[in-house]
Ligand binder design. Structure first.
Ligand code: 13P
Length: 254
């Protein structure tokens, strides 16, 4: 069975003090849920202090991005080695990076390769925009994003995928559990073609987009959905905790 994974993408929110406060507010309760992998992804500047606070904890740390070069004259960038020094996970190819920072499929591919080389577990984000969804192009778009991101990746060991339809992110209008399950099943079939059946059976595919404590159960009940990448609701300790608890109860009752 795939271990459920719930990751909180804090995006560009929280100062260091606020990040520490948020972790303190949920740490002890999150710690009790051992059947779900829990990951928090604060902004870069909070990674080191949060790591210190999480020493010895089962709560894992993820970054929200990295640059693909190992080091050098790239002012302002953070290398895979620097991220790997602090984190186990890294979010790559989030739609906000594709949209606001012009990350192309080729850049996403380079970042995936660099992250894997550094021993990080990438959470690769893919998902269609509203107009692509409305014109029936969802499968075409996610298949293209996936195959581009995985060029040259023979063994995506530890990697997870987050299916995040752009129209569901931050809108309060999530996909339905059934819709998300269907697209995620399609993504899994594609992975089977690109990486083989074993990888496809083992890889965790999450849903992301307006997940909260009220709708989490609908997604966790779906057989193809292995967890969630949570944005806004991960900034509230009780919400995140509730999502993690629901994942644990639902996934382990089957
Ligand atoms: P929201 O949960 O705020 O919609 O954000 C989802 C997301 O983008 C997670 O990466």
């Amino acid at each position: 069975m795939r271990v459920p994974l719930i990751a909180g993408n804090w995006k560009m929110n929280t100062t260091v003090a606020e990040a520490l406060e948020l972790v303190r507010a949920m740490k002890d309760e999150l710690e009790k849920v051992i059947s779900v992998e829990k990951v928090v992804c604060p902004p870069f500047v909070s990674l080191a202090p949060v790591k210190e606070l999480l020493a010895g904890s089962t709560i894992k740390l993820g970054a929200q991005n990295l640059f693909f070069a190992e080091k050098g004259a790239y002012t302002g960038e953070i290398s895979p080695l620097m991220v790997a020094d602090l984190c186990e996970y890294v979010i790559i190819g989030h739609s906000e990076r594709r949209q606001h920072f012009h990350e192309t499929g080729d850049i996403v591919n380079k970042k995936i390769m660099a992250a894997l080389k550094a021993g990080l577990k990438p959470i690769l984000c893919i998902g269609e925009r509203l107009e692509e969804n409305e014109s029936g192009k969802t499968e075409e778009v996610v298949a293209e994003q996936l195959s581009t991101a995985l060029v040259g990746v023979a063994d995506p060991d530890g990697m997870a995928i987050a299916y995040e339809p752009v129209w569901a992110i931050g809108t309060g209008k999530p996909a339905t559990g059934e819709q998300a399950n269907g697209t995620i099943a399609f993504i899994r079939q594609n992975i089977a073609q690109v990486c083989g059946g074993n990888v496809a059976r083992e890889i965790r595919i999450l849903y992301g987009g307006s997940v909260n404590s009220t709708n989490a159960a609908e997604f966790m009940q779906q057989p193809e959905i292995d967890g969630a990448l949570v944005g806004g609701a991960s900034l509230k300790a009780n919400e995140f905790l509730s999502i993690v608890n629901q994942a644990s109860i639902i996934k382990h009752s089957k």
